[in-house]
Design a protein around this ligand. Sequence first.
Ligand code: KG4
Ligand code: ZN
Length: 339
Amino acid sequence: MTEPLILSIESSCDETSAAVLKGKCVLSNIIASQKVHENYGGVVPELASRAHQSNIVPVAQQALVEAGITKDQLQAIAFTQGPGLMGSLHVGVSFAKSFAMGLNIPLIAVNHIQAHILSHFLSNNVRHPVPEFPFLCLTVSGGHTQIALVKSTLEIEIVGSTIDDAAGEAFDKAAKLLGLPYPGGPLVDKKAAEGDDKKFNFNIPDAGEFNYSFSGLKTALLYFLQRNVKEDEYFIEKEIANICASYQRVLVKYLLDVLFKTAKHFGIRTICLAGGVSANSALRRRFNEECEVRGLSAFIPPLEYCTDNAAMIGIVAYFKFLEKQFASINAVPMPRMKM
Ligand code: KG4
Ligand code: ZN
């Protein structure tokens, strides 16, 4: 059987993305990031939805051009059904449905979290090692923080999650307190590279079992800054690199401590990271080091597949295509979609 050509669409939050995959191989992966939210310190759902509307056609068009194919060669259209913002998801769902109807080809609905997890199986025509089942995957992004027990490509159980903020929010909210623009995660990472990560300490609450809680960490940072700025109004300016490095060290250690505790409990020897926060340099480094010390197999997707992108939607679509798991033309966005 020749591998299917699938066009996939991702529009769950603030990136409009379209990709073409031939089997597991990425032929194109176009991502239009929305700058419009920078001034607001977070994603404004209505603005995100409008930006998706103006981006979706040119982004999909470019994905086809870069893949070197025409639309009548496609064998299926995939879209993110959820979780995500209702208005944002709506744009992708409507576009995919009309495209599939126009071409008379199947429609495939994809769960965004499953897509982050299976991003490990994407290839660029180069053979590379992939995680063996069963494996644990910590998905850390702006909207979610979950530990999944992955038994097969389509059999995934969530065994732990955050009880409040997501790990990405813990980075973004800290950045906001430090006066950095949205999304602040990558900026905290950059500033931290020049700082002393042992200079300050922040307490982390225990969320129990294999769960996380980040809201206390953000509050600890807030009080710490308020206390110090009272004594020296230039405190943040002078210490920003050390604050970022220390905060990042605490957060990364917390993420990994719970992850390894979970791995030990379930007796799993293959561990993966996924999601936007897995682009964090300290997390990537510490994860690899700690897995090596413990003799665990470690996997992190390439940077371009860590943050939101349509290629990861395409890989889930490929596995569903093989199983003929197609969606109805009546499919609707599911903002709170579960695995
Ligand atoms: O997966 P993603 O692109 O979108 C969601 O599904 O939410 O993740 C975005 C999140 C944001 O919170 C962003 O600040 C964070 O990932 N992020 C980072 C880094 N790069 C992206 N956080 C820390 N360090 C980074 N280098
Ligand atoms: Zn995501």
